[in-house]
Design a protein around this ligand. Structure first.
Ligand SMILES: [Fe+2]
Length: 339
C-alpha cells in the first residue's frame, strides 16, 4: 500500500470527515484531523499529496490553514469543503492556491473525481518541476563547458602567440625587442583611442607578432649592416604576406591577420603589399603602422643613429595624412601617449 497517494481530511465535524474517509479509503491512504492545527502538525512529520479541508472550522479557518499549507508544503494540493452559503469564499480560495472545492452535501463520485484531478495536477507539476530542474542542470553544465572551452582557447591563444614571439626572438633579436616595444605602444595608443579592453589585448598580441613573416626572410638580409639593394628590399617586402601564411592556419589568430598584412601600408595608399589606403586599412593596423614607425625611428640602426623624441614627433607631423592616420598621430602630438 506504500505507493498509494496520501490524503489528509481535516474537518471539525465527525460526520463529513468520516464520510469522505470512507469514500477515499479504498483508493488512497487516508488520514484525518479534527482541526487545522492538528492537521498541520501531522503534515510536518507525514507530508501528504492532497488535503481535503473544511472552510469553516472554529480554531483556525480553512482559508488561513490553506495559506499555511501552501507556505509549508507548496506541492500539496488543497481541496476545500464548503456549505452552499460559503461558496463565494471557496471560489476566492482558488486564488490563494486551493485546487478546487466540493459543496456539502457532496456526491461520492464528485469527491473521487476532484481528488483524482488534484493528484493528476500534482504529478504534472512535479513532472514539470523535474523537467525544469533537469534543464537548469543541463544549462549550468553547458555554461561550465563553454567557459572551460573558452579558457582552453585563451590558453592556446596565449601559448601560440608566445611561441611565435619566441620564434622571432630565435631568428632575430632586434625584431623580437622591436616587436615587444611596438606591442606596448600600440596598446597605449588603442587605449587612448577608447578601444575596448578585449580589442586592446588583440591589438597588443597582433602587434607583438606583426613581423612574424621575417622568419621566412634570409638572415643575411635581415642582419645586413647598411642599405639594402633593390632586390634585397623586394625580398624583405614579402614578409607581410609570409606572416599571413604562417598565422592563417591558426583560427583564433585571424584578428592578427590585418595587422600582419597591412603594417607596411600607408594612409595615402602608397605602401605595400596591397597599396590599400585610409579606412581600407583596419584601425588596429593603422595603430601598429604608427607604433612600428615610431619605434624604428627611436632605435639605433647599423646605418643611422636613433632620432630624438622631437625629431620623431616632427616626422610624424610631417607625414600625418600621407604615411600615417592623422588622428593617431594627433594622440602623440598632444602627448596623450608619451614616447
Ligand atoms: Fe614589418
Amino acid at each position: 500500500m506504500g505507493n498509494r497517494a496520501k490524503i489528509l481530511v481535516i474537518d471539525d465535524e465527525l460526520a463529513p470527515r468520516e464520510s469522505i474517509r470512507i469514500v477515499l479509503k479504498d483508493h488512497y491512504n487516508v488520514f484525518t484531523a479534527s482541526g487545522a492545527r492538528e492537521g498541520l502538525d501531522a503534515m510536518d512529520t507525514n507530508p501528504v499529496d492532497i488535503v481535503v479541508m473544511d472552510i469553516k472550522m472554529p480554531e483556525m479557518d480553512g482559508i488561513t490553514a490553506l495559506k499555511e499549507i501552501k507556505k509549508r508544503h507548496p506541492d500539496t494540493e488543497v481541496i476545500l469543503l464548503t456549505a452552499y452559503a460559503s461558496i463565494e469564499t471557496a471560489r476566492d480560495a482558488i486564488r490563494f492556491g486551493a485546487f478546487d472545492y466540493l459543496t456539502k452535501p457532496f456526491d461520492k463520485d464528485d469527491v473521487l473525481l476532484v481528488v483524482e484531478k488534484g493528484l493528476k495536477k500534482k504529478h504534472t507539476s512535479a513532472g514539470l518541476k523535474l523537467e525544469r530542474d533537469t534543464l537548469l542542470d543541463r544549462t549550468s553544465y553547458l555554461e561550465d563547458q563553454v567557459k572551460s572551452a573558452r579558457d582552453n582557447i585563451m590558453t592556446c591563444y596565449e601559448g601560440t602567440v608566445k611561441a611565435l614571439i619566441l620564434t622571432i626572438d630565435a631568428k632575430d633579436r632586434y625584431t623580437f625587442k622591436h616587436s615587444n616595444r611596438v606591442a606596448k605602444l600600440s596598446s597605449s595608443l588603442a587605449g587612448a583611442m577608447g578601444v575596448s579592453g578585449k580589442t586592446i589585448k588583440e591589438i597588443e598580441h597582433a602587434a607583438s607578432i606583426h613581423d612574424i613573416g621575417k622568419i621566412g626572410i634570409e638572415e643575411t638580409i635581415l642582419r645586413k649592416n647598411g642599405q639594402l639593394t633593390f632586390n634585397e628590399y623586394e625580398e624583405v617586402k614579402k614578409h607581410p604576406t609570409i606572416g599571413v601564411r604562417i598565422v592563417q592556419s591558426v583560427p583564433f589568430l585571424e584578428d592578427a591577420i590585418p595587422v600582419i598584412l597591412h603594417h607596411h601600408e600607408r594612409y595615402d595608399g602608397k605602401g605595400y603589399p596591397g597599396g590599400v589606403k585610409g579606412d581600407q586599412i583596419s584601425l588596429s593596423a593603422r595603430i601598429v603602422i604608427v607604433a612600428d614607425a615610431v619605434d624604428a625611428m627611436m632605435s639605433v640602426r647599423p646605418y643611422r643613429n636613433a632620432l630624438s623624441k622631437d625629431e620623431v614627433l616632427s616626422e610624424l607631423r610631417g607625414n600625418a595624412g600621407t604615411q600615417f592616420d592623422p588622428d593617431i598621430v594627433d594622440i602623440l602630438l598632444k602627448d596623450t601617449v608619451t614616447l
